[in-house]
Design a protein around this ligand. Structure first.
Ligand code: ADP
Ligand code: MG
Length: 691
């Protein structure tokens, strides 16, 4: 495989545009892409035609407006390029078809922003993310809005949040005498996933219908030997990864790092970062292609946050930074951060944002799947805090607590083997337990679930950072002694928001109590986290920064709750079905067999011992009775009150505990039941059958 040749071959990228578009059209389009100038509709026909010719040369017969409704997935409706021409057809894409589409919006979630009768929705071309050819179809990235202008997708608010951040960051930089055309946020999302064999997957209704195992006693071997993390790849996994890399590279996605993760059958893929909008699109495409490539290898890629109990779940690390078009990374502390007034101010603004808006940072990553991870000693806790590392931690401590700051510098280190090279030791250690960790020149937001769209946390991060930048500018512009005013303001912010800094073990037992003492939020379920969006100050920040209207914030929060309710409802119904149709009768079958063994033994000889058989049959019978009862209770509790908030509360605090009890009983029985009778592949089959 010639990587440099295939890279980006499915993408209508800069090089292709330069080759195919007339110069003035190309230049006009680039101004839109790079500087955010509104698109000149006069150039649309020329771009559409070039795009169509290029796509047809790649084997495309159809085009689609590719968009991201509020489902975490992407949506596409295909139209062919054909137009009648006499007896024949020609292939055509008009400028109008490139710029707007009109899919029926009525079957997408809108959270009440759109009445069912007003079904009309529009998709509008987003020229800042490149079009690509996938499965004979030209995919044109678009935003999706309703007839009345409310956004119905994740891309429109993401672009708005990027604009807000650009505007406010430029104002802030101007105070420091720095002029630039654009400040963009950059994101590198690390993606975790599981790979399992397709045959075993097809024998598990729960995996097929819900993406996770609803039952399953843990395997005798889990992750305790710590032998999977970074372990050598198994043959089929290595082949899958090679195929995946090649596929992603063709789509211009910078797949870079791949390795085994902590849990058996768990892996990770990290791309090189790009601008947020592109990173979001690329991650959506990556998730889709992972599943498709896995299928080719008779594997199934599970993106659920918690496919298996007892071993780690999967998340997505959102590495986030800001940089100017001139290449300045605003989160780069430089060699002397303590003297870097600009960096320290930006850091203080980011910490203030994370503290003031911790509720919505937590809420934006809340989902039924992610509830299994946050706070479960494998992902950061449900409490938002920021980790700064040794160097920045010490600088902030010196400002807030008046402690003396002993400058820490990167020192040449060596691993102690004479032949090994000397290398500078990093200034920040890794802290895997922090939800929001400073890692050298970026923050890593680690609370995101593995199947979530990367758009959500970035909409929030960009918006709240923009807000704090704008407050800083309002405070500092016109200051007589700017340097002093800036330092004072930085100190004020750091002192006010110091409680959000936590440089220790976030998994530790003391942190929850300490966080409570500091007044930090700790919402453990989606039902408790999402209502943060309804608070006035949280709605205001979106409205002020022009990202959402009040109605949109409320609609989205309601959709999030609705999604949570529906997801758990599906899980509960699947559970009831599996329990009644498969598990309960199977256990009874085994009990019947034991009983006939007892009867047979007794018929032959009074002296044959039946003690073990009797106690096993009794135990299984007792458990199965309790199981049937627990299933009935679960079914009854699925009668939910009206309204998203009330229903989600009942789901979180009644239905989920019911499901845990049903599972607990089943898992006890699985351990006692003969494998001839157990109706499903076990955890050992699921986690260890790929060679
Ligand atoms: P780790 O988290 O394991 O230390 P890396 O430091 O290699 O890994 O980076 C993880 C991710 O962060 C990668 O996707 C990388 O491209 C991304 N990243 C690096 N620099 C930036 C940046 N300035 N902005 C956003 N993401 C970045
Ligand atoms: Mg990382």
């Amino acid at each position: 495989m010639n990587v440099t040749e295939i890279f980006g071959s499915n993408v209508f990228n800069d090089e292709v545009m330069k080759n195919l578009l007339p110069k003035e059209v190309y230049n006009s389009l680039k101004r839109t892409i790079n500087e955010g100038e509104p698109i000149d509709t006069n150039i649309a026909s020329a771009v559409a035609n070039a795009m169509k010719d290029w796509a047809v040369s790649k084997g495309a017969t159809h085009y689609t407006h590719w968009f991201q409704p509020l489902t975490n997935l992407t949506a596409e409706k295909h139209d062919s390029f054909i137009e009648p021409s006499g007896d024949k057809v020609i292939m055509q894409l008009t400028g109008k078809s490139l710029i707007v589409g009109e899919p029926d919006a009525s079957s997408f979630p809108s959270g009440g922003t759109r009445m069912t009768s007003a079904a009309r929705g529009y998709t509008a071309w987003d020229p800042t993310s490149p079009a690509f050819v996938k499965e004979h179809t030209l995919c044109i990235p678009t935003v999706f809005v309703s007839y009345t202008g409310e956004t119905l997708d994740k891309k429109a608010p993401l672009l708005k949040s990027m604009t807000a951040l650009d505007t406010q960051a430029k104002r802030l930089l101007k105070l420091f005498g720095i002029e630039c055309r654009k400040v963009s946020t950059t994101v590198g999302p690390e993606q975790e996933y599981f790979l399992i064999d397709e045959d075993v997957y097809l024998q598990r209704k729960d995996l097929q219908l819900t993406g996770r195992t609803l039952f399953g006693a843990v395997s005798s071997r889990g992750q305790e030997l710590e032998d999977h993390y970074f372990g050598a790849l198994k043959g089929r996994v290595a082949e899958f990864m090679r195929d995946l890399d090649e596929t992603l590279w063709r789509f211009g996605i910078y797949a870079k790092t791949e390795h085994n993760e902590v849990a058996p059958a768990q892996h990770e893929l990290a791309p090189i970062f790009s601008t947020t909008n592109v990173a979001v699109d690329d991650n959506q495409l990556t998730m889709e292609l992972m599943k498709k490539v896995a299928k080719k290898h008779h594997l199934v890629c599970l993106l659920h946050e918690k496919p298996f109990e007892g071993v780690n779940g999967s998340g997505k690390h959102n590495n986030w930074s800001l940089s100017t078009d001139t290449g300045l990374n605003l989160l780069d502390p430089g060699e002397y951060p303590e003297r870097n007034t600009r960096f320290m101010l930006i850091l203080a603004c980011v910490l203030a944002a994370v503290d003031d808006y911790q509720g919505i940072l937590r809420a934006c990553v809340a989902s039924a799947g992610n509830d299994h991870r946050l706070g479960a000693n494998e992902a950061p806790p449900a409490i938002v805090s920021a980790y700064l590392g040794d160097q920045l931690g010490a600088i902030v401590d010196s400002i807030v607590l008046g402690k003396e700051y002993v400058p820490k510098r990167a020192v040449p280190g060596s691993i102690g083997v004479p032949e090994s090279p000397i290398f500078p030791i990093d200034m920040t250690d890794r802290n895997r337990t922090s939800p929001f960790a400073f890692t050298g020149n970026k923050f890593e937001f680690r609370m995101l679930g593995s199947q979530a769209s990367v758009a959500d946390p970035n909409i929030v991060l960009n918006t709240i950072a923009a807000q704090k930048f704008s407050e800083a500018v309002d405070e500092l512009s016109g200051a007589k002694d700017f340097e002093k005013a800036c330092k004072d303001y930085t100190e004020k912010l750091l002192k006010k928001h110091y409680r959000i800094v936590f440089n220790y073990n976030g998994y530790g037992p003391d942190w929850e109590a300490e966080a409570e003492r500091r007044g930090l939020l700790n919402s453990k379920t989606t039902a408790d986290a999402v209502p943060e969006f309804f608070k006035k100050e949280n709605i205001d920040v979106f409205v002020k920064q022009g990202v959402y209207t009040e109605k949109e914030v409320i609609a989205r929060a309601n959709i999030q709750l609705e999604n949570y309710i529906k997801t758990i409802n599906i899980e509960a119904l699947t559970m009831i079905e599996m329990a009644r149709q498969d598990i309960y009768p199977s256990v009874n079958g085994y009990i019947a067999e034991i009983c006939s063994v007892i009867a047979a033994k007794r018929a032959v000889s009074e002296r044959m011992s039946c003690k073990a058989d009797v106690s096993l049959a009794e135990e299984l019978s007792r458990l199965n009775e309790a199981f049937a009862k627990a299933v009935n209770k679960l079914e009854k509790d699925l009668n939910l009150p009206a309204g998203e908030q009330a229903a989600s509360q009942k789901i979180a605090h009644t239905v989920v505990p019911d499901m845990e009890e049903v599972r607990r009983l089943s898992d006890c029985m699985e351990k006692l039941c003969s494998s001839d009778y157990w109706p499903y592949p076990t955890y050992t089959d699921l986690l260890y059958s790929v060679r």
